[in-house]
Write a protein that binds this ligand. Sequence first.
Ligand SMILES: Cc1ncc(C[n+]2csc(CCOP(=O)(O)OP(=O)(O)O)c2C)c(N)n1
Length: 307
Amino acid sequence: MARCLWQGGEQMIAGLPEKELFASGHKACAGCGSAIVMRIVTKAFPKNTIVCQATGCMEVVSTLYPNTAWQLPWIHCAFENAAAVASGVKEANPKANVVAIAGDGGTFDIGFQALSGMLERGHDICYILYDNEAYMNTGIQRSAGTPKHAWTTTTPYGKLIHGKETWKKPIALIAAAHGIPYVATASPHNWKDLHRKVSKAIAVKGPAFVHVISPCVIGWKIRSDMTIEICKLAVKTGFFPLYEIVDGKFTMTTKLTKRLPVTEYLKHQGRFKDLNKEEIAEIQEHVDLRYNFYVSLEEKGVLFERM
Ligand SMILES: Cc1ncc(C[n+]2csc(CCOP(=O)(O)OP(=O)(O)O)c2C)c(N)n1
């Protein structure tokens, strides 16, 4: 039987429930964005919650035998099957609130088939993607969630390639295209919004998908006291827009009258330090295009209805 880690003494998160279900004493790096996200999202979990978590950083740092940071029932899943395990757990315990949690590798890539199946079958499960934009646990390998031109250990800056060569997969829109009742993007810098979105995702009947930006100090080569500021800049530049899709209706939840240039976001991160002018311009153009596309989705009204 694993022991719960020591808890108490944490600074409260303003406006959120006091109870910590992801206890301190875990082994995440200083400034780890994903650990902050775990702490916030668990505060939205009701008592009858069972967490099904894929292999990845948040699993390895939180469950070093004989300890666990999880103050609720928690099941370790393989890298690829958090959504499939969660589907089985829900079928076996229809009254339980089942939450699946996975990183970008376990969601955009190897876990995608399991996720798509879970969404298509319509299980009443909240799926939380903590997106640190690479396989951080195994040494910063690129994933389909890694942004274009970012350095990773498998997309280095050299003569043959210059960082990652393809754009990030629009995973939240792909989830929404399954016609599920709730999809949202969120950021820990706006913790009340993140908490509200997870609460809503749990309350809806049917599958829900919440995509949360989660900076990695080591992989993004950032200062450990910059994590939350970087999340804020990701949103303010339009690099990571915050939105909700409720029953197919798209709404921007953070509306920007004036967006900051993407350089404000990129300049703090060592993974982008070798970008040239053309690459920065290409990223800015892509962010502009995508942001305007999201605005147009909002203007169009209901989309992504179940066919
Ligand atoms: C089938 C399989 N392939 C590879 C691995 C090794 N592995 C474990 S976790 C991981 C990467 C996890 O990346 P991500 O889902 O992005 O989570 P993060 O570590 O960044 O939190 C890999 C490659 C594995 N456990 N199983």
